[in-house]
Design a protein around this ligand. Structure first.
Ligand code: NAD
Length: 305
């Protein structure tokens, strides 16, 4: 397939682009490099430095593609609280601009990067796609709920195939967010730099960590599907954050102190996925166990020091 990847110069988008190329697809990356890096775009992909805001050029950029994988967005939850309008503009309005341009350019399929955040505080675990969406405690989460709604609307209006992936907690090499707000890269950096590990909730909250290459394969797995579909993408394993820290200590071969940051408003106590639906539809499964993924991640950060 000919696939346009928005946000393909970012952490997850560059891994998705690599997987697409490995599986023989033709890829165009569209990224404004506001948060991404030209060097992360794999050789073999065509690169367009452009902004989703650019309504005039978007249809031309899209024309000739069979599908778009839409990953471009701002992702920092804290900043979304400070600058809700910026998040509404870049995550919601620019997604609608993309959908409208896809419609005009005859691109009939979208894979959208959503998040487990749409479930809010889960009523039960593991979280299933049929579970209700929850109230959002920040504009980033609200932007994912709103964009899901627009993506579904384009399916209803124009029959656009709409594959919505709700990621759990991605981690792995090439995570170069600035500022970095995610747990694993902050833990790994702290340990490698022999600093105290910054820890909320004494590490007692539970998350479902999904290795970035496994997550990337979920995007190519759903490319052949049609209709409006929602899929959780997780490892189906809940892990306490403190156990992640312990494993990073073991991999490093030494321990550092822990910086107890107390509680953080808005954090959900535990989430992990039911991911059988995507497995049954496509055969996709997470393959990289947490320990192996952490070892690869530590190695990648070490190689950059
Ligand atoms: N990283 C996570 O933990 C996580 C979890 C759930 C969902 N997601 C979603 O996955 C997607 C990718 O996340 P990531 O971690 O790779 O983020 P990232 O910041 O590394 O990548 C996003 C990319 O989008 C680009 N971009 C942003 N606005 C743009 C615009 N208007 N026009 C063109 N390019 C633009 C940035 O330059 C960047 O390269 C996002 O939609 C995010 O919300 C991420």
């Amino acid at each position: 397939m000919r696939v346009l990847v928005t946000g393909g110069a970012g952490f997850i988008g560059s891994a998705v682009t690599r997987t697409l190329l490995e599986e023989g697809h033709e890829v165009t990356v569209l990224d404004n490099l506001s948060k991404g890096f030209r060097a992360l775009v794999p050789a073999g992909a065509r690169f367009l430095e452009g902004d989703l805001r650019d309504e005039e050029r978007l249809p031309g950029w899209l024309r000739g593609h069979d599908a778009a994988i839409h990953m471009a967005a701002f992702i920092e939850v804290g900043r979304s609280v400070e600058e809700p309008l910026v998040f509404a503009e870049n995550n919601i309005l620019n997604s609608v601009r993309l959908l409208q341009a896809m419609h005009r350019a005859g691109v009939g399929k979208i894979v959208f990067s959503s998040s487990a955040t749409v479930y809010g505080t889960p009523r039960s675990l593991p979280i299933r796609e049929t579970d209700p969406l929850g109230v959002q405690s920040n504009p980033y989460g609200a932007s994912k709920v709103a964009t899901e709604a627009f993506v579904a609307t384009y399916n209803q209006l124009y029959g656009m195939d709409a594959l919505i992936l709700r990621y759990f907690n991605p981690y792995g090499p090439n995570e170069l967010h600035e500022p970095e707000t995610h747990a694993i890269p902050n833990f790994v950096r702290a340990v490698l730099e022999k600093r105290p590990v910054p820890l909320y909730w004494k590490g007692e909250i539970v998350r479902d960590f999904i290795y970035v290459d496994d997550l990337a394969r979920a995007h190519t797995a759903v490319l052949g599907l049609t209709g409006l579909q929602y899929y959780n993408v997780g490892s189906e394993t809940g892990t306490k954050i403190i156990d992640v820290v312990r494993q990073i200590f073991e991999i490093a071969g030494y321990e550092t102190a822990v910086d107890d940051l107390g509680e953080r408003a808005g954090d959900v106590a535990a989430t992990y996925a039911w991911s059988r639906k995507i497995a049954e539809a496509t055969g996709w499964q997470a393959r990289v166990p947490l320990r192996e993924g952490l070892a690869r991640t530590v190695e990648w950060y070490r190689s950059r020091m």
